[in-house]
Design a protein around this ligand. Structure first.
Ligand SMILES: *Cc1c(COP(=O)(O)O)cnc(C)c1O
Length: 391
């Protein structure tokens, strides 16, 4: 790995340790379907014995993500939630977690309805407020879980500051890096212990695979997470590992284009009279704009915006032609989603309201279309909604 440390990120996406197969020069990682491996003698087994424990194709992806996040060890899981849930198994009954209040809906469900049954307590906090994190600390606080920018309100957490609070009390720090990817943000370099990904999103990028990844820097923590990956067994299949590796090769160019589009869309939406608010950390009036500038290379490709009312929202969604209206984000096509009924449907309505996830909020993940086409499409859909409001 060390020979690659001078390469820039976009070059490393292609010229990493798996750029070709050492046995035959193939420039695509071979898909190894075998579930089991012949052992030459009973005294000493080879590197691979059974594919839940280790598989060469999955391992290639695990090596690559570890290198991209500048960690020492990567792990590939059957979904983002499998990665997150397995990483939570580092905790024990009686432990307490401090977690960002507008966390991904599936993570919310895992913490509130599963971990709680195993005696793992939690406190939701506004992670942008360091005092409220300190106030939530208990003697049994063993982990702080961040997601930044958060979903769907794009609040930005100061990763370094939160990690230093965690270090004072010896708690582990988790960062869900799905929205920015290592192309824009490297939480391990900011002091985090574990980086998590839904690779279903930007990393694979084509809305054709469900996958999750975890990366750590500390080798001892890596051993513990490996034991959990192998024990729980929610590993990523080899075809899917290959799809994520193929997607990764274009991560940088996709992110650059989508991020420029998101910026343009955010600026456009900000000027529209039917739009009450735009949440995007690339806007100078975003409350944590300077933290985002400091800890990441860009603001990412996801934004959310609030329409006047649910009536306007329904009309807008019915009239917008270009984006797919769907769950998920981080794809080649722009995706418009409705957090209250999609990603955050697992959250009770009053909890959603408390967090500012209103019935008029839409989330946009900018894809690879020409942003001017998207703006034209949004303009006509908003115009039709305006007419509707006047009636
Ligand atoms: C989608 C998503 C997840 C869950 O990942 P899956 O691959 O759907 O299991 C977790 N965190 C964030 C931020 C997500 O967007």
């Amino acid at each position: 790995m060390s020979e690659n440390k001078d390469l820039s990120f976009e070059t490393l996406l292609l010229h990493n340790q798996h750029k070709f197969d050492s046995s035959n020069g193939a420039v695509s990682v071979p898909i190894q379907h075998a579930s089991t491996f012949h052992q030459a003698n009973p005294e000493q087994f080879g590197k691979y014995d059974y594919s839940r424990s280790a598989n060469p194709t999955r391992e290639a992806l695990e090596d690559i993500i570890a290198e991209l996040e500048e960690g020492t060890r990567g792990f590939a899981f059957s979904s983002g939630m499998a990665a997150i849930s397995t990483a939570f198994l580092l905790l024990s009954s009686g432990d307490h977690i401090i977690i960002t209040e507008d966390v991904y809906g599936g993570t919310y469900r895992m913490v509130t309805s599963v971990l709680s049954r195993f005696g793992i307590e939690h406190t939701f906090v506004d992670m942008t407020d360091l005092d409220s994190i300190r106030a939530a600390i208990r003697p049994n606080t063993k982990a702080i879980y961040m997601e930044t920018p958060s979903n769907p309100l794009l609040k930005v957490t100061d990763i370094k500051a939160v990690c230093s609070i965690a270090k004072e009390i010896g708690a582990l720090t988790y960062v869900d890096n799905t929205f920015l990817t290592p192309a824009l943000q490297k939480p391990l370099n900011l002091g985090a212990d574990i980086v998590l990904h839904s690779a279903t999103k930007f990393l694979s990028g084509h809305s054709d695979v469900v996958a999750g990844l975890a990366v750590v820097k500390d080798p001892e923590l890596g051993e513990r997470l490996y034991t959990l990956q192998n024990s729980f067994g929610a590993v990523l299949g080899v075809q899917d590992a290959w799809l994520v590796m193929r997607g990764l090769k274009t991560l940088h160019v996709r992110m650059e284009h989508s991020m420029k589009s998101a910026q343009k869309m955010a600026e456009y939406l900000q000027t529209h009279p039917l739009v009450k608010a735009v949440h995007y950390p690339g806007l100078e009036d975003h409350p944590e704009y300077s933290i985002q500038q400091e800890q990441a290379r860009g603001a990412g490709a996801v934004l959310s915006f609030e329409l006047e009312s649910e009536t306007v929202l329904n009309s807008f969604v019915a009239n917008a032609q270009l984006p797919v209206f769907a769950v998920s984000l981080g794809a080649v096509e722009s995706i418009l989603s409705y957090p209250a009924k999609m990603s955050h449907a697992a959250m009770p309505a009053d909890e959603r309201e408390k967090r500012g996830i209103s019935g008029g909020l839409l989330r946009l993940s900018a894809g690879l279309e020409n942003p001017d086409d998207l703006i034209n499409d949004f303009a006509q859909a908003l115009e039709k909604s305006r007419v509707k409001v006047q009636l």
